[in-house]
Design a protein around this ligand. Structure first.
Ligand code: KIV
Length: 263
């Protein structure tokens, strides 16, 4: 396993080496995924792939703390990001109180908040109070209901300018890196080159400073829907089903357990 990254090594990686970020929600997967990932994001996407909900909106701070703790236990040498769930950073005081709870109850290295210029004052307040922040701009899953769906950003000149403003505002507020989601590739490229901190893409093309994927998407375990930007590196759901049907068959026909599995 490579050495744990720090805020400063992450910032310095810009222009040197693409960063590999992956989500994880439990100790088991965190340990497996930590071998090749630079950073592990305990994303509120866990509300969909782990808790079975249709969006991230109902994820709670308690849930995020529980899962972040599990991930930190499984991957103590990894740089861990805890996603702040919907409604926990509506103003700077709430944001600080809830981020302090994350820092005090877990070993997370930073928090992630969604939003651009409009959330810059919150990012600043957190970073001024020793809470490292990863931003998240572009398509914001926590705004899915107010926006009426998941909408790709950067389709117009106006949207491009606004994304660049968002990225600069988040950088100036003290964030050490940011995620950019669901943005036209050529625009994400311009956004990444407009700031000096790493911009990690998801559905934002390859000309950014790293990539993040939801682990259950890339392992082919989550079957509800597959966004265009997901590459399935394994057909996990088929493998799991086939292993389980093999097990069930052996239980039924008496082939399991055998002598070697018996005390
Ligand atoms: O919650 C999450 O997993 C995320 C990623 C999609 C970046 O925010």
């Amino acid at each position: 396993m490579s050495k744990k990254l720090t805020i400063s090594s992450i910032k310095k990686s810009k222009g040197q080496k693409p960063l590999v970020m992956i989500t994880a929600y439990d100790a088991l997967f965190a340990k497996l995924l930590s071998v090749s990932a630079d950073m592990i994001l305990v994303g509120d996407s866990l509300n969909m792939s782990f808790a079975g909900k249709s969006d991230t909106i109902s994820a709670t701070l308690e849930q995020m703390i529980y899962h972040t703790n599990a991930v930190c236990s499984g991957a103590p040498e990894s740089f861990i990001i805890c996603d702040m769930p919907f409604g926990t950073y509506i103003n700077k005081e709430e944001a600080l109180k809830n981020s302090i709870a994350v820092f005090q109850k877990t070993q997370a290295d930073c928090v992630k908040v969604e939003g651009g210029e409009d959330k810059a004052h919150i990012v600043k307040y957190l970073t001024d109070n020793a809470i490292a922040v990863c931003g998240h701009i572009g398509l914001l899953p926590q705004s899915v209901r107010s926006e009426g769906g998941y909408k790709v950003k950067g389709k117009t000149e106006e949207e491009k300018e606004s994304l660049i403003k968002d990225a600069k505002a988040i950088e100036n507020a003290g964030a050490f890196c940011m995620v950019i989601e669901g943005v036209k590739a050529e625009v994400a490229k311009e956004v990444a080159s407009s700031v000096s901190i790493p911009v990690i893409g998801i559905g934002a093309g390859k000309d950014v400073d790293g990539q993040v994927l939801v682990f259950s998407d890339m392992l082919g375990l989550f079957e509800e829907f597959t966004p265009k930007f997901v590459k399935k590196y394994m057909d996990g759901a088929t493998l799991v089903r086939s292993a389980l049907s093999h097990y069930a068959e052996e239980v039924v026909n008496g082939d399991f357990p055998k002598e070697e599995h018996t005390y």
